[in-house]
Design a protein around this ligand. Structure first.
Ligand code: NOJ
Length: 520
């Protein structure tokens, strides 16, 4: 090959590389399919308030925030964002953003205050009907989660909720009521949100209701962190399967929707460049996500879980396996950050009560030799690592045969320091940078063939952030928790511009200033 040919070829490669990198830099709506869902996410307990209105009963979170003594500043979801009364205003906010979908959850205790042991609450049905109709009227598809952590307290008191197989019947009943009441208009159903964290926080650390754990993990009156997380997870998996069974048999053909489950996902990097740490990454993925998705999609718990947990891991009976054959239509991915995974089987790991993968002999950390894996945020163990989204999506694509996926949550926490001014909150350029870089990383996975069909920002509004109360803000809209006034942040304007091409950002300065502010 002559020298001239080599030079030309190198030139072509450089131009191609520039083209690819310019595609990466300029994120725009046209990089996603027309049918792609772009939305915002919330959940009932975190935004609704109206905690005892219109016959709603107490949920486990209503009770937990009041009696656990863990919320010293008294924060709870009694009022939250008062979305229960302000939902019309919130639908308007979404409409002005230009989103075509809204992910929210249904409060089980609002619809069925006593589970299957009592009547359906017409007021609860009415509230969600009004919300759904208002959304559809504005061209916004409802994307509905049945359980986002909160369940009627009565189910806890009667039989111990997720530790008892009775919950499968209760959940099936609740799901049936919702499919029947709303399924003519709801085309996307999520059975449960983040059952992995729900179980780990509820039964390993005891930091969420029902506040169960062994003494070595936390301050709980009851519990056994060695076994209960696995029992609860087993009942959750089968509850999911029960709801899908009902949907498939009674509603799906006529209503034509899809049903899935939402998992919390991390990406992991090996702590050291060692085979043991690369294996730790695989185990971390299996013990956190495969734990639920393997049985649902592949029919059995991940092999490494079966091997390492032995009899602690419940077994599926033949009848249960049959039920699992209904699988799901999509995987919902909540993804925020990436951590390092270190092997503890052959290496020494420091004891730390916050580790949730001891059973996998994996130790997780966000720092190596004092250097964080990405820019830290106001939330512990939350670093900005955009490429993690591409990695997680590609991993799930391979493991589960490219089952359709939705990014059901991705977003950025800002600390709610009393010394910060409202301008500091509104000028959330770090959130814009986070979201645009993560979206960009998503486009890489999609270009490599991942069947991703939607992306939802957590969250529409600042809201009640579980154990952090109101000390962290995730919203595109700032909420003044005294007056409940909603004000768009820079990120809301950025999202609107991204979705609609509207140049509202100019209002805050020249295009160049805004670009500088947004680092793109
Ligand atoms: C995931 C949970 O689903 C949501 O409720 C929570 O607020 C966000 N992560 C942020 O932590």
């Amino acid at each position: 090959m002559g020298r001239a040919t080599v030079v030309v070829e190198v030139g072509v490669v450089i131009v191609l590389l520039q083209l690819v990198s310019s595609i990466n830099c300029i994120l725009d709506r046209s990089q996603f399919p027309e049918t792609f869902l772009f939305g915002t996410s919330t959940s009932a307990y975190q935004v609704e308030g109206g905690y005892l209105e219109d016959n709603k009963s107490l949920s486990n979170w209503d009770v937990f925030t009041k009696i656990s003594g863990r919320f010293k500043d008294g924060s709870n979801g009694d009022i939250a964002d008062d979305h229960y009364h302000r939902f019309m205003e919130d639908v308007e906010l979404m409409h002005s953003l230009g989103v075509n979908s809204y992910r929210f959850s249904i409060s089980w205790s609002r619809v069925l205050p006593s589970g299957r042991f009592g009547e359906i609450n017409p007021k609860g049905i009415e509230f969600y009907n009004k919300l759904i109709n208002a959304l559809i009227h504005k061209g916004i598809q409802p994307f509905v989660t049945l359980i986002h952590y909160d369940i009627p307290q009565e189910l806890e008191d009667r039989y111990g909720s997720w530790l008892n197989s009775q919950i499968q019947e209760d959940f099936g009943y609740f799901a049936d009521v919702c499919f029947r009441a709303f399924g003519d208009r709801v085309k996307y159903w999520v059975t449960l949100n983040e059952p992995n964290f729900m179980v780990l926080f509820g039964y390993l650390f005891g930091s969420y209701p029902p506040c169960h754990c062994s003494k070595m993990y936390g301050d709980c009156q009851f519990g056994d962190s060695k076994t209960e997380p696995y029992i609860a997870a087993h009942n959750i998996i089968l509850s999911h399967a029960t709801a899908v069974d009902i949907y498939r048999k009674k509603y799906q053909v006529e209503q034509g929707g899809m049903i899935g489950i939402v998992m919390n996902t991390y990406w992991y990097e090996p702590f050291r460049n060692l085979p043991a740490d690369r294996l730790a990454v695989q185990k971390a993925l299996s013990f956190f996500v495969g734990w639920f998705l393997d049985p649902i999609i592949l029919g059995e718990y991940p092999p490494e879980m079966q091997r390492l947990l032995g009899l602690r891991l419940p077994k599926f009976s033949l009848e249960e396996k049959k039920k699992l054959e209904n699988k799901l239509d999509f995987i919902g991915i909540n993804h925020y950050t990436t951590l390092y995974a270190k092997d503890c089987m052959f290496s020494q790991c420091d004891y730390d009560t916050h580790q949730w993968l001891w059973d996998a002999s994996v130790w997780l950390t966000g720092e190596k030799n004092g250097i964080p894996i990405g820019v830290p945020t106001a939330m512990p163990r939350f670093y900005v690592v955009p490429y993690g989204l591409e990695k997680v999506v590609s991993y799930l694509k391979e493991r589960y045969n490219n089952t359709p996926m939705f990014i059901t949550e991705n977003g950025y926490p800002q600390g709610n320091n009393p010394s910060d001014s409202i301008e500091d909150f509104l000028n959330d350029s770090r959130r814009v940078e986070y979201i645009s870089n993560y979206m960009d990383s998503l486009t890489v996975a999609m270009r490599h063939g991942a069947d991703v069909r939607g992306y939802f920002i957590w969250s529409l509004l600042d809201n009640f952030e579980w154990n952090f109360g109101y000390t962290l803000r995730f919203g595109l809209y700032h909420v003044d928790f005294n007056t409940l006034k909603r004000t768009p942040k820079l990120s809301a304007e950025w999202y609107k511009q991204f979705l609609t091409g509207a140049k509202t950002l100019k209002q805050k300065g020249s295009e160049t200033e805004v670009r500088q502010q947004l680092h793109y």
